[in-house]
Design a protein around this ligand. Structure first.
Ligand code: NAP
Ligand code: HSE
Length: 429
């Protein structure tokens, strides 16, 4: 229950004495549902590492909700909750994080935050698809920041790739599966689950919009496609017309229709640059079950980019869900806070204790059969298969699962200038 423990979010674990002095960043959070609630949990869970690795301490100063009296699984003090957007802004935040959804009060919060040069981070695709260009203009003019990685692809960090990692004019087409709920439902229908049961499960897991009609009609994916097309092609999102046809009124029929052709249905969003400008659609496609699109399962999303210089690029991952979405929201908050690692030894060599499979080869020598048993014993490695007389003059050993250290010890015992050893990790064989 809110405030039941009296402990503040971000104050659970003691901070090590050696941690560098951290800068406090005041966070005002609008929305404490599936996404906002998970963000509060992450801020608490990662407090120590954020302080140690990034010298940042996030303090949640105010939370805007519809019903401040509602019981919530957060230890944040009850008095931090408010239903008044003005109170949220009056809390002198360094960053306003919006995870409410819908048009208002999200738009007013964004305008007011950016107009005074603040940082605004949002998961709201409806807001960005409709007003992204205006809000980005406000941020530019007033020296504010606008980040919205969580608005597209849930936990997939595709927007930063488009914004920061590709050259301008580098992308010619964007295609993908952009709605986790619809994909979850289509996969469940393929598995024989009823539509009603699958939708109830998608809602229970926190994937669906407040109005799931936005998911199933393709409107949610169309908003995400507008945002991708904006970043890829520079076209103002609100002005991109997306030919939109979802899987309503009968998702089960779409699934059965595809099965009749031996395929599966996926709701695919595509925007290609043509000589007339970006041409965009969201519609059901029948695809082969094991194809790139057909293999996207449950609430996962896939975004593939056709680029001028790097060919096809693709990113896939959880397209909906509180934890993955909150993790990219948090990354946006830290990015805005000037995220820079302050410790370089944070990942000092961990010992890899995993038992993995290895293939080792060595040019065959007359002494090898005699030496090998003792060398294997010394390295404490057992071969699963031995091929001492390969036609190419090379002896090959497929090792039983063992640690990298042991496999490398064996390789170095067998290796010499005349007989260099090759050691490969074996996967999926
Ligand atoms: P949610 O669980 O329904 O939570 C919405 C939160 O916003 C609730 O805390 C609610 O307050 C508050 N809220 C709603 N309208 C409000 C208003 N007019 N004034 C004040 N507070 C209001 O929604 P969600 O799933 O977290 O989604 C939030 C946003 O993230 C949406 O834009 C959604 O599209 C986006 N998103 C969601 C996911 C996902 O997987 N769920 C993934 C990516 C992006 P109460 O708690 O008092 O009702
Ligand atoms: N309702 C959305 C979906 C949430 O299912 O994809 C993620 O944006």
């Amino acid at each position: 229950m809110s405030g039941a423990t009296g402990t503040r979010v971000g104050e659970f674990a003691p901070v090590p004495a050696a941690a560098p002095a951290a800068r406090t960043v005041r966070v005002a959070l609008a929305g404490c549902g599936v996404v906002g609630g998970n963000l509060l949990r992450l801020i608490a869970d990662q407090r120590t590492s954020m302080q140690r690795e990034h010298a940042v301490r996030l303090e949640v100063v105010r939370v805007l909700v519809r019903d401040p009296a509602k019981a919530r699984a957060t230890p944040l003090l009850a008095e931090r909750f408010t239903a008044d957007p003005a109170e949220l802004l009056a809390s002198a935040p360094d960053v306003v994080v919006e995870a409410m959804g819908g048009a208002e009060p999200a738009l007013s919060l964004a305008r007011r935050t950016l107009a005074r040069g603040g940082a605004f981070v949002t998961a709201n695709k409806q807001l960005i698809a409709a007003h992204g260009a205006e809000l980005a203009g406000l941020a530019r003019r007033h020296g504010g920041r606008l980040d919205f990685e969580a608005a597209v692809g849930g936990g997939i960090p595709i927007l930063r790739v488009l914004r920061d990692s590709l050259p301008p004019d580098g992308v010619t087409a964007v295609r993908g599966i952009l709605n986790g709920t619809t994909n979850f439902l289509l996969c469940a229908l393929e598995g024989g689950v009823t539509f009603a049961d699958a939708l109830a499960e998608a809602r229970r897991l926190g994937f669906a919009e407040a109005d799931p009609g936005r998911d199933l009609s393709g409107r949610d994916a169309a908003d995400k496609l507008r945002i991708l097309a904006w970043l890829a092609f520079g076209a103002e999102p609100a002005r991109i017309s997306v030919h939109t046809r979802g899987v309503l009124p009968d998702p089960a029929r779409y699934s059965a229709d595809a099965a009749a052709l031996g395929g599966v249905t996926r709701l695919v969003a595509e925007c290609a640059l043509t000589t007339r400008g970006p041409v965009a659609s969201v519609e059901p496609w029948v695809v082969a079950p094991g194809s790139e699109l057909g293999a996207v399962s449950r609430e996962r999303n896939l975004v593939s980019l056709t680029t001028r210089e790097s060919g096809d690029l693709a990113l896939a991952g959880p397209g909906a869900g509180g934890a993955p979405t909150a993790s990219v929201l948090l990354a946006d908050v830290l990015h805005g806070a000037g995220r820079l690692p302050v410790r370089s030894d944070a990942f000092a060599a961990a010992v890899d204790a995993r038992e993995l499979k290895w293939l080792l080869s060595v040019p065959r020598s007359p002494s090898l059969p005699r030496l090998l048993p003792a060398v294997l014993r010394r390295a404490r490695v057992a071969p699963e298969r031995l091929e001492l007389d390969g036609a190419d003059g090379v002896a090959r050993l497929l090792l039983r699962p063992t640690t990298r250290a042991r496999a490398e010890a064996l390789a170095s015992l067998l290796s010499s200038d005349e007989a260099p050893v090759c050691l490969s990790r074996v996967a999926n064989l």
